[in-house]
Design a protein around this ligand. Sequence first.
Ligand SMILES: Cc1cc2nc3c(=O)[nH]c(=O)nc-3n(C[C@H](O)[C@H](O)[C@H](O)COP(=O)(O)O)c2cc1C
Length: 192
Amino acid sequence: MSVRLVAIGGSIGASGRPSRTETALRRSAAAAVAAGAEAEFFVGEQLRLPLYDPSSAVRDLRAQQLLEAVRRADAVLIASPAYHGAVSGLVKNALDYFEDLREDSRPYLEQRVVGCIGVGSGPQGPAAALRSLRDIVHALRGWPTPLGVVVGAAPTDLSGGPDDRTAAQLDAMGTELTDFARIRTAARPLLG
Ligand SMILES: Cc1cc2nc3c(=O)[nH]c(=O)nc-3n(C[C@H](O)[C@H](O)[C@H](O)COP(=O)(O)O)c2cc1C
């Protein structure tokens, strides 16, 4: 039974250097795929969406694609850089679009397991980004995984990529996502 994973996050304007947030997202998603998920990515420029306007019925093609993917998803992975102690505007704006899912049979992120990753250069910012992502997921009725991952700066990230311990956490969370989504799907007949 395949698990459909949607991975959302990263940054724009990294001008040539890889987005550390996207790197972490892809690492965790790869573990989910190794455990049996199919992953669809919405990263970087794909998140350059118009500011979410709740009063408008017109949606950008990219926003439509994001929403359709989330509708189909069994699991979601979200990674944000810390910007001024919180989730970046780019990522938050994408999540604001989930308001369009409110009338769905599974509203917002209901019944979906969600992995969260906060990335930053200071000691506190990435943890704050992780915490606000988890608050947002709760507000959207999603199920954050027990493990959330913080990717900080040196000494946890000397090489530009996550260190071994952080990488192991990203892998564990990816595996957890697939496992929990599979359990939830298998339990569907029992839940009615
Ligand atoms: C506008 C802005 C605000 C930032 N604020 C914080 C912050 O409050 N705490 C922190 O740890 N890092 C902060 N950073 C650093 C970024 O989180 C860090 O560089 C991260 O790696 C960026 O992700 P990226 O590599 O995916 O672009 C900020 C960066 C920018 C551009």
